[in-house]
Design a protein around this ligand. Sequence first.
Ligand code: FES
Length: 101
Amino acid sequence: MAQRFPAGKAGDIPPGEGREFMCGKEHVAVFNADGQFLACNNMCPHAGGPLHDGFLSGATITCPWHGWSFDLDKFEEARRDGLDRYRVIQEGDDLYVELPD
Ligand code: FES
């Protein structure tokens, strides 16, 4: 069963940018990929870089520290690259992130 956490307002995240939210004990990054909201754990699996400060191109985030990149819309890649992606639900201007229990 997944848990849902509030993650700000859609209008507060401009296209091409990300923001960090605390969802329970998890640091979560939420991105606006040209109107599609995507989320992942905010700690880069390489060395913990803050992904919300990275460079977003389409659905691909590049870590600001050493340049690893991750396709945020490919949930199945988490097994390979170690980055958990999360589902984002938008209800009006409100964003929610679903984290697994
Ligand atoms: S910490 Fe992200 S690439 Fe090194």
